[in-house]
Design a protein. Sequence first.
Length: 295
Amino acid sequence: MPSLKEVRNRIVSVNSTQQITKAMKMVSAAKLRRATDAIVQMRPYSKKLTEMIATVSANAEGAKENPYTVVREINRVLIIAVSSDRGLCGAFNANIGKTTAGLINEKYAAQQEAGKVEILAIGKKAAEYLTRRGYKVNQKYADIFTRLSFPSVREAADYAMNSFAEGEFDVVELVFNEFKNVATQILRAEQLLPLVEKKEENKQKTTTADYIFEPSEEEIINELIPKALKLQVYKAVLESNASEHGARMTAMDKATDNAGELLKELKLQYNRSRQAAITKEILEIVGGAEALAAE
């Protein structure tokens, strides 16, 4: 049985840890509110822009000739993996790494063996996780969350889009966590490039809008598609940012509760040890008194 001093030191240590986890939960809650406000404002605009492009480009000749819609034989692959810069958020970052590795093994195993799969890491944890496992990782934009803004994310999106348009990559995939609520984040693996027609969405549409194009259909489509692609990457980063704070808030809440349970056990153990020590001292005193009386 540990001594009273050891148990007392553990109680102090766990109590300090509990205060830290409480503080981290409060900080994550404050950041989560700002992050959810940003993504809630972004979603309607992103959805409407995506619907507009799908409607306009369905039968447009300009869309078919756009460099971002060209379908090629898949030889070179770029995967954009969005994680976070910090840990202490449960399995949030590990799930991104596992999903990215699973996507490569399931769809691009041949390209990976040939060394033609590159991972563009957004977030330091994804870069660290995948680098340790031997994947080719581009860490140029891994620190985006230290300066999170549309211009900084646009740089990463431009790299992916330009590389695809120039033929350096034949397909671009996007892996991120979609924010649902504080306790739930949904892992998404979506094809960013080439742009393909989503048949399921088109089946649900019963009517199509009639647009008047000015200056021309081709110019408008060539202007909208790059904006939509950059917005899609930015939306994924915002989703991941909100998901990170939600995951950390949940993890710190559980850690605080676990620390509370551990404190209860340690205090009970301390009281038992203290009672045993007092009983032992009483027995020693009684034994000494009896020995003196016998003399």
